[in-house]
Ligand binder design. Structure first.
Ligand SMILES: *[C@@H]1O[C@H](CO)[C@@H](O)[C@H](O)[C@H]1NC(C)=O
Ligand SMILES: *[C@@H]1O[C@H](CO)[C@@H](O)[C@H](O)[C@H]1NC(C)=O
Ligand SMILES: *[C@@H]1O[C@H](CO)[C@@H](O)[C@H](O)[C@H]1NC(C)=O
Ligand SMILES: *[C@@H]1O[C@H](CO)[C@@H](O)[C@H](O)[C@H]1NC(C)=O
Length: 673
């Protein structure tokens, strides 16, 4: 039966929860497993399936995976002479599982582990085994029940060091309204064995244990713990917080853990981002203390509760999450455990190249010949700079459900297909699922969001080549001055060193924004007055704090702040309209007011209440969601000579409220041309 518990409203305003769901029906096709090099694979023993009373065991001679029946939770992974890579101190249901956070609209949320109620062997062949564990929604049952059908799959192939998991979630027309805020697959490894975590080339370290966290001191933002008495004393007086290990979706194709004795790696490889949400900049958790590895399919993280999937009016829906690959590797005792990370990266490239896979048996998972592609070249005409077309160099170009420009950022029910253009702006998006898609882009160095005028209709086998597509970013006049770089992050601004009391040594030399407690550093650097930036004199890399946070005046009291941009202007056209472009990289419970030349003006020229809940300040991000405001400034509001723009973030209900700017620009009046 499903295990379910009521979520406490731990951090109410965060609105952290929710997610997606489920079910499916998979017709089994008669595809055979095709293997790249079948001659090689013959060297490996055939895959065997052993049925036991409450379990089923898939064994390919390299790895043996024990799965509960009919629940479909992974109880054991035997590999490299280790009887179980998973944490045997945990209950079987708390080792390798899928879960969701969901609620009926207006009610409280459940965290629910997706335990199947029915089990099926889809294939049992020498070349591979595929298992299916299903939950079927039954509207004749009275107790609250997740209105989704779910089909959770596991695949073990011959000669493969690891196994695949994916799931098909489905709602049929007419089913009850539903909110889902989180969908993940989670693996908890044996902590005694797996102590070294690797997320990227640089983000690797010995991690604290859950017991270290329990013995530590919970900090002001309760997910963070100060390790006061860790078993490994070299971790003493460090901060541990799982959000310090989050990553943009575009950068999270492989992460996991290394055991040094015997040298063994456990890796989550995510071969495609098509089933993830919110586009390439969406941030998700990866691996974290407790030797835990997550494949996040859908969360609110760094986006806010509006990111939950909302199903209303009996909306039908179906989505395939995955497959993702749990990859295992090893070197001889005398070998170098560091090489396991390098090997895992190679395997990630291999899996990515093999995408879409040809072996999953669900007919809802489409193979390469059932997909299409779109290619073209993106050019930029930013009129204020000059009329020349510029290459849309390194643009992020993607297909997502049809919507407004930028809608992909909050899109969470469909599939998304993203690529990065080359230096010439050329792009090619392969393996797109059939259907109607919007084509979107954003270009580093330019503000705003591009959307192609018409829908792109993908059908199996189509190869669409677009002519040059031209993005005209918002601009009303020539640049008078600018602060920052339009890249949807605050990374180019000043990020302070952490307080010595709250460091994570991993981030002393790079990605300093991932440190805990930087919000309080603002008040230490600006003890008596707020930030003043003088155009021409100040340097945004050193003089523009990465986040406009509240000022800590002691006694747990935070007050709003007003930042000032000072600039000189001559030859003002009092009858013309100037434009202030403000691009935000993040906002949490903030209200932004802009005033010109009078910080106390009763009526601001711009006043936006309660923007966003992406929570990137508390969770050590350098961006959350992107927003762009184009604000009119009348020439009559400016003065000859020295002018000031006052940026007030006026809300102070908690320390983590605030704004990160991406980029600010003042444009002169439109020019005829
Ligand atoms: C303790 O952690 C440090 C790194 O912080 C590592 O070098 C050392 O090997 C660890 N000690 C043990 C016993 O794991
Ligand atoms: C870029 O795209 C254009 C037209 O879409 C094409 O003519 C050109 O060959 C492409 N260049 C490269 C380097 O792919
Ligand atoms: C833009 O792309 C063309 C080739 O299509 C190349 O010749 C040119 O150097 C590129 N311009 C820039 C500014 O990169
Ligand atoms: C701190 O705040 C509390 C409650 O707001 C107040 O009662 C107390 O007097 C304050 N202490 C100081 C030293 O200001």
């Amino acid at each position: 039966m499903s295990e379910r518990r009521q979520l406490n409203n731990v951090v109410g305003w965060l609105g952290i929860f929710l997610q997606i769901l489920l079910l499916t029906e998979c017709a089994v096709t008669k595809k055979r497993f095709t293997v790249k090099d079948s001659k090689d694979l013959k060297k490996f023993p055939p895959v065997q399936l052993h049925r036991q009373k409450d379990h089923v065991v898939m064994d390919n001679g390299l790895v043996k995976v024990t799965v509960s029946v009919p629940g479909g939770t992974v109880a054991g992974i035997e590999y490299n002479g280790i009887p179980n890579l998973l944490e045997t101190r945990n209950k079987e249901t708390n080792r390798g599982y899928w879960d969701v956070v969901w609620k009926f609209p207006g009610h409280s949320a459940f965290v629910e582990e997706l335990e199947g109620t029915s089990f099926d062997v889809i294939t049992d062949e020498e070349s591979g085994v595929e298992l299916s564990f299903t939950i079927t929604y039954d509207d004749s049952i009275n107790s609250p029940q997740l209105p989704l059908n779910i089909d959770k799959r596991f695949i073990l192939l011959r000669g493969h060091n690891g196994f695949y998991t994916y799931a098909i979630f489905e709602r049929l027309e007419g089913w009850p309204a539903l909110d889902v805020s989180q969908t993940r697959a989670v693996f908890k490894l044996e902590e005694k064995l797996f102590q070294y975590m690797a997320i990227s080339d640089k983000r690797q370290r010995i991690m604290p244990t859950l017991e270290d966290r329990e013995r530590g001191e919970t900090l002001a933002y309760p997910e963070a713990v100060l390790l006061t008495n860790p078993a490994n004393h070299s971790l003493k007086v460090e901060v541990d917080d799982k959000y310090q290990y989050s990553s943009d979706v575009k950068d999270t194709r492989v992460h996991g853990w290394i055991c040094t004795n015997p040298p063994t790696g456990f890796w989550m490889i995510i071969p495609s981002n098509e089933f993830r949400i919110g586009g390439p900049m969406k941030q998700e958790l990866t691996s974290q203390a407790g030797a835990t590895t997550i494949s996040s399919f859908h969360t609110n993280h760094y986006a806010g509760e509006d990111m939950r999937q909302q199903f209303r009016d009996g909306e039908p829906w179906k989505k395939v999450y995955g497959p993702v690959f749990v990859y295992l590797n090893s070197v001889p005792e005398s070998g170098d455990p560091d090489s396991l990370w390098e090997d895992a990266k190679q395997q990630m490239l291999q899996e990515t190249e093999n995408w879409p896979y040809d072996f999953p048996r669900s007919e809802d998972y489409l193979s390469a010949d059932q997909r299409g592609s779109v290619s073209g070249r993106l050019l930029v005409r930013d009129t204020g700079k000059n009329q020349d077309l510029k290459n849309g160099s390194l643009a992020y170009v993607g297909l997502a459900l049809p919507g407004n420009a930028g809608s992909w950022q909050m899109e969470n029910k469909g599939y998304q297909f993203w690529t990065q253009a080359d230096n010439n702006g050329n792009f090619s998006i392969e393996n797109v699922l059939p259907g109607n898609q919007g084509l979107y882009a954003w270009v580093p160095g330019y503000i705003g969001d591009y959307r192609y005028d018409s829908c792109i209709i993908i059908s199996p086998g189509t190869r669409i080549t677009l002519d040059n597509v031209i993005y005209e970013p918002p601009r009303n006049g020539p640049t008078l001055w600018e602060i920052g770089i339009p890249d949807r992050t605050a990374i180019e601004f000043f990020v302070p060193d952490p307080s010595p009391r709250f460091t994570n040594p991993l981030y002393l030399a790079y990605e300093k924004f991932r440190q805990y407690g930087l919000w309080d550093r603002y008040s230490e650097i600006y003890p008596d007055h707020d930030l003043v930036f003088t155009v021409g004199d100040s340097n945004y890399e050193t003089d523009w704090f990465y986040a406009q946070v509240n000022r800590n005046i002691g006694n747990h009291t935070y007050v709003p702040t007003t930042w000032q941009i000072v600039f000189d202007l001559q030859n003002i056209d009092v009858s013309a309209t100037y434009t202030l472009q403000i691009a935000l990289a993040s906002s949490t419970g903030a209200a932004l007011q802009v005033r010109i030349n009078d910080p106390n003006a009763r009526i601001p020229i711009f006043n936006k209440g309660l923007i966003g809940k992406d929570n990137a300040i508390a969770r050590h991000g350098i961006h959350g969601l992107y927003r762009l405001y184009s604000i009119e400034v009348w020439g009559s509001q400016l003065v000859q000579g020295r002018n000031s723009i006052f940026l007030t973030q006026s809300r102070n209900s908690f320390p983590w409220e605030g704004i990160m700017y991406d980029y600010i620009r003042l444009e002169g009046p439109p020019q005829d041309n």
